[in-house]
Every structure is written in structure tokens, then in C-alpha cells.
Design a protein around this ligand. Structure first.
Ligand code: ATP
Ligand code: MG
Length: 613
């Protein structure tokens, strides 16, 4: 069932050489070794057989393309396709075309077009090669597509069908039942041509008739049961205006777009596998007729990316944005590339992800933590470190004056910008009588295994001193029970500083402690808004099996806290990434950071996978 008319040739295993990392690379390397496309000419721009024949041999060894419809923002699935297509072209001396698939006469949104171009470039790819821009739009090929349709009619390979849509559907048959020929199937080419001309001249209503290829109504592949080629749409196209009132079907247009552009390897997702015989059939007819250059492009299918805890269908993403479940297309919780970017994802992280998940021929789910792991890995090696207190409570060092002479004394401390990149130097900050620490670092009565602050315990303030905890102060009237159970929030914590224990000074480690905590001195601390993002959905496959994905929205996917951060962050610019020690990786928000003088950081990813079992 649905056997391709011409299965793609088996990859050649070249003994003694390297093993290509995926089946597409194997196919390309085989084609290069066999010079499959070496004799193709390139007319300098997309065109028909004559146009290309007049040009020199194609300098591009392979041509791939990334063909989005300009009807939404790109998402992580598209990133896989972009990295794949542009990456293959780059690695094999080829060119990847950037093509807008705008054959649908729907309103094109310039916002989407620009966002898509921007995204592809941001990911590190471009469509300039050999001094030429390979940025194309499929609507430029309408005239050729019409000519191709006329050719099919003239050669008896297409007919105008006036059955209703319902009749056509009923007569197409199904997996067990062959289709039934349309009563219009055997009209003469002359009749068909007249009708098709009428269609193109707006003589008929939408749905009154369609042009169909005449292939085989009994084919086990339903896509070959006389597929529709052209339909009537009285719509204004954003580029071609009212020139056309007939528009090509996607499965007819796409192979032609590929062929006109001299694409060699047309890579698409698995759901198009059954369309491949139609793709091949069409191009064979047009090559026979001398309209298109040979050899034709070939279609190869790979498994689309399914990522857990997100939805990637454009329609569903649109719902999330339009119903304000998130704050716009670039909300850091969305798997849109603009969202991921605002979350702190870098091109390197997304490229690593694309490489790591690879390409396969069977559908599977990739766990969201794989994506997060790529971000963590890429940021770990590069992100400057900083201290931030996300839920601050004041710690008062009660013997400060005694130890340093005056209560206002500030003692300088240093810390490496990055523990493994000494060339990045040191950051400096002070410690004083009062410091901010995390509220959760204090327990009046320590739970088992708790090594941080509790009365009588000693801990180190990282890069600073060892302190000995005295206790905490509570609002008047707080009961001892409330204090002991941790239910009563303390106002501040008290401790004494052990003067000879300053990090980096001789003998500083004479006092052994089990706990080291992060802090920011009250003097010099900068207030910052920190947006703590979590997964947008509580279910791994929010839309699987037709489930309503809105039902598993995570109500706690965004928590905003007012933090205190170390003074070195004063120079942070939008998009700068940091590791907040002990907390994770954070990025200065692209949009809101420094707007109105406020610092805003987004949680990119935690230090560890908090979802791992
Ligand atoms: P959606 O279903 O979200 O609307 P789409 O497939 O219609 O996506 P297009 O703009 O037509 O979006 O896609 C452009 C290219 O991106 C296509 O070649 C398509 O195969 C690829 N692509 C889209 N989604 C994924 C995905 N999840 N994994 C891999 N490739 C994808
Ligand atoms: Mg699509």
C-alpha cells in the first residue's frame, strides 16, 4: 500500500571511509560519489529547462531549500529543518535556498516574513552564495505552473472535473476500494483546454470545477488517484494581485518549485512520504515535455520534531498568543524561536540540539530536558558568574563594629568571573555589616541534612567569611511554635563574623564548615526583577490524541520575584547571559531589561534538571 513509484536508491556504504552521521548525509555522499547531479546547469536564477541549459554547470554541488509558509512565527521544529537544510548545503559545497511558499492567496503578513528572515540569519545561516541571493518566493512561479498545467492537458495527462467536491471524495475510494472514474475523465484535450481557460478567466464559481492530473483511479496510493492540480479561488494574492483566480495545489506546486530552483535534495517531513510518487510522476512528465531540466530533484522524508511539554502547531501557538495565555509570540515559555531567544537560547544551543537529536525516519518524542541540556551545556562554558538573592532576607553581622572598628566598614571581596576561564578576570564586591541571603537558607530548627543557617551553626558566605548563626528576629507576638515549625516568617537573621576566615587569605579554611551560601551585601546590592519560568504545560504531550491542550496549561509557569543582585550586574545589557551561582542561568530580558531603569532577568535554565526523576 502506498508504495513509492520509485523508491530512493539505497545509500552506498563506502568501505574504509568515515560513516556519515545520518541517512541524508549518506544519500548526499553517494550522489556526490556517483556524480548524480554533476552535469546540471544553473541559469543564475530559477527557471525552466531552456533557462538552465543556457547557463554554466551548476557550481553548487547540492541545492537544498527551507520553504516556510509566511503565516506564523518559526518554532523549534523549524529550527531542526533550518539547521538540517542549511547545514547540509554548507557541509557539502552547496547552497540552501530560502523560499517563501506563498502559493496560497492568503493575506501575507510582512511581520511574519521579516521575522522568518531574521530568525534564519540569527541561527547563523544565510542565502547569499556565489554572489547571488537565493531568496525566492513561490508565487513568482505561477506563470510556469500554469504552463505546466496546460502541457499536462495537451498531452492528455490532465482534465477538468466538474464533479462536486462530495462526489469527488466519494469516487476517490479508500484503502480497500479502488476509485471510480469521473464522467469528465475522458474529455478531449481541446475541451479541457477550453474549460481550463474559462477557469483562469473567472468564468466559473469557486468549487464549480478543478483541474486534475489523469493518473490512475485504482492506484493503491490514493495520492495518485487523479490528484487535483488547480482550483478556483477568487482571491487577491499579496504579490500577484488579481492576475490569477486559479491557484495550484501544494502537492503540484512544490515539486515544480524545487525543479525550477535546481534543488537536488528536497527534504520534508514524513507525512509527505505518500506524496512522493506524485512528486516523481509530475516531474517526469514535465521533463519528458522538455519543460524542466533533468535529473529532477528527489524528495526525502525525515521525522518531524515532537518535543514534550510544548505544542508546535502554528494554529495552537496562535491560540496561546491570541487568548493571552502567554505574553506575545516571544514569550520566553513558547517554543517559538523568538521566544527561545528571549529565554536565553543561543544559536549555538539550538544548533547543538539539532545535531544531538539527529535525523531519523521514524517519529518519536524528544524530551524537553534534552533541549534544556543543550542550553545548560553551552552557557556553562561561557556565561559569567554572579551572585543573586532571589528571596532576600537581611542577615546582620552583630559583631561587625567590634571586628572592623566601624559599623560602616566595607571589606572588599573578589570572585572569578568564570571558574574555568581565568582570562575573564575577577569581579569585585564588598561585604559589610548587613547582607542579603536567601530566606530558605535559614531554619530555626534544622531539618535532617540541613547544613545551612540555624542557631549555633557555622557556614561560609561564599568568597567572604565564615559566620556563626545566633538566631532570627520575628514580629512581636510570634509564638515559639510558629517559629520552630518555620511557619512564622523572620524579619532578619543575626550572626557573628569570624574575622580570620576571609576566603583567599592564609588560614581561612582553619574553621571547617559544611554549608556555603551565596549573598549580596546590602551596601551596593542592586534590585532586579527576576522572572522564574517553568514549563508551559503540566503534561508531556499536551495535544496528543486530540486532547485540549489548554487544559494542561501550567498555572505556575511564571513567577516574578524581586531579587537583590551583585553590583557587577550593573553593566549587564539586554541578552547578556549569566550563571547566578546556585540558581541557574539567567538572561537579561531583550525587551524589558533597563527599560525605565529596571533590571529584568529571565530564568533560562536551572543548574540541574529539576524535572528528572
Ligand atoms: P505547522 O504545522 O506548525 O504550521 P508547517 O509544517 O506547516 O508547520 P511550514 O512553514 O510549512 O510549517 O514549514 C516549513 C518547513 O519546516 C517545512 O519544510 C517543514 O517540513 C519544516 N517543519 C515544520 N515543522 C517541523 C517540525 N516539527 N520538525 C521538523 N521540521 C518541521
Ligand atoms: Mg505547512
Amino acid at each position: 500500500m502506498n508504495r513509492p513509484a520509485s523508491p530512493p536508491p539505497e545509500p552506498l556504504a563506502a568501505p574504509g571511509t568515515h560513516t556519515p552521521s545520518n541517512f541524508l548525509r549518506q544519500i548526499i555522499e553517494r550522489d556526490l560519489a556517483q556524480h548524480t547531479y554533476a552535469q546540471r546547469h544553473w541559469g543564475g536564477s530559477p527557471g525552466d529547462a531552456a533557462h538552465h541549459a543556457a547557463g554554466p554547470l551548476d557550481a553548487a554541488k547540492v541545492r537544498t531549500r527551507f520553504p516556510p509558509e509566511p503565516n506564523g512565527y518559526l518554532h523549534i521544529g523549524h529550527a531542526k529543518s533550518i539547521c538540517l537544510n542549511f547545514g547540509l548545503a554548507r557541509d557539502y559545497g552547496g547552497v540552501c535556498h530560502m523560499r517563501f511558499d506563498d502559493t496560497n492567496p492568503e493575506k501575507e503578513d510582512l511581520e511574519y516574513v521579516n521575522a522568518i528572515l531574521d530568525t534564519v540569519q540569527w541561527l547563523g545561516f544565510g542565502w547569499q552564495a556565489n554572489g547571488t541571493s537565493h531568496l525566492y518566493q513561490a508565487s513568482d512561479y505561477f506563470a510556469f505552473m500554469h504552463r505546466a498545467a496546460v502541457h499536462l492537458i495537451e498531452t492528455g495527462h490532465a482534465y477538468v472535473d466538474e464533479q462536486s467536491a462530495d462526489q469527488m471524495r466519494a469516487n476517490r475510494g479508500d484503502f480497500v476500494k479502488p476509485g471510480i472514474d469521473s464522467p469528465f475523465r475522458n474529455r478531449s484535450p481541446q475541451d479541457n483546454l477550453e474549460r481550463f481557460t474559462e477557469m483562469a478567466h473567472a468564468k466559473h464559481a469557486e468549487g464549480a470545477m478543478v483541474l486534475r492530473a489523469k493518473i490512475d483511479m485504482a492506484s493503491p496510493n490514493i495520492n495518485l488517484r487523479d490528484p487535483t492540480v488547480y482550483r478556483i479561488r477568487h482571491a487577491t494574492h499579496h504579490h500577484t494581485g488579481d492576475t490569477w483566480c486559479i491557484y495550484p495545489m501544494y502537492a503540484f506546486a512544490h515539486p515544480i518549485e524545487d525543479a525550477l530552483e535546481n534543488i537536488t535534495h528536497s527534504i520534508c517531513t514524513l507525512e509527505f512520504e505518500d506524496q512522493r510518487p506524485w512528486y516523481d510522476w509530475l516531474l517526469e512528465r514535465l521533463i519528458e515535455g522538455g519543460l524542466l531540466a533533468s535529473p529532477p530533484p528527489r524528495q526525502y522524508e525525515f521525522a518531524r520534531l515532537n518535543l514534550t511539554y510544548v505544542v508546535t502547531s502554528k494554529r495552537k501557538l496562535k491560540t496561546l498568543v491570541e487568548e493571552s495565555h502567554v505574553n506575545g509570540w516571544d514569550d520566553p515559555r513558547l517554543p517559538t524561536i523568538v521566544g527561545l531567544r528571549r529565554r536565553g537560547y543561543t544559536p549555538a544551543a539550538l544548533q547543538l540540539f539539532a545535531e544531538r537529536i539527529g535525523v531519523t525516519k521514524s517519529d518519536s518524542w524528544i524530551d524537553y530536558s534534552t533541549l534544556e541540556g543543550c542550553l545548560r551545556e553551552t552557557l556553562d562554558v561561557s556565561a559569567p558568574r554572579a551572585m543573586a538573592v532571589l528571596d532576600p532576607i537581611k542577615l546582620v553581622l552583630t559583631n561587625w563594629e567590634e571586628a572592623f572598628g566601624v559599623a560602616s566598614h566595607l571589606e572588599p571581596c573578589t570572585a572569578p568571573v568564570h571558574p574555568h576561564l581565568p582570562e575573564l578576570g575577577k569581579r569585585s564586591f564588598n561585604i559589610g555589616k548587613e547582607v542579603w541571603i536567601e530566606r530558605s537558607d535559614y531554619e530555626a530548627v534544622p531539618s535532617k541534612g540541613f547544613f545551612r543557617l540555624y542557631p549555633g551553626n557555622k557556614v561560609r558566605l561564599k568568597y567572604g567569611y565564615v559566620i556563626e548563626v545566633q538566631g532570627a528576629d520575628y514580629p512581636e507576638g510570634t509564638t515559639q511554635d510558629a517559629i520552630d515549625s518555620g511557619a512564622a516568617p523572620a524579619i532578619s537573621i543575626r550572626a557573628t563574623v569570624l574575622k580570620d576566615t576571609k576566603s583567599g587569605t592564609p588560614g581561612s579554611d582553619a574553621v571547617k564548615v559544611k554549608g556555603v551560601i551565596t549573598w549580596v551585601a546590602v551596601a551596593g546590592a542592586l534590585p532586579a526583577e527576576v522572572r522564574l519560568y517553568d514549563r508551559l504545560f503540566t503534561e508531556a504531550q499536551p495535544d496528543a490524541g486530540g486532547k485540549d491542550f489548554l487544559e494542561s496549561l501550567n498555572a505556575n509557569s511564571l513567577k516574578v520575584v524581586q531579587a537583590m543582585v551583585e553590583p557587577s550586574l550593573a553593566s549587564a545589557k539586554a541578552d547578556d547571559k549569566f550563571q547566578f551561582e546556585r540558581h541557574g542561568y539567567f538572561v537579561a530580558d531583550r525587551v524589558d531589561h533597563a527599560a525605565g531603569g529596571k533590571m529584568v532577568f529571565n530564568l533560562a535554565v536551572g543548574l540541574k534538571d529539576s524535572w528528572a526523576k
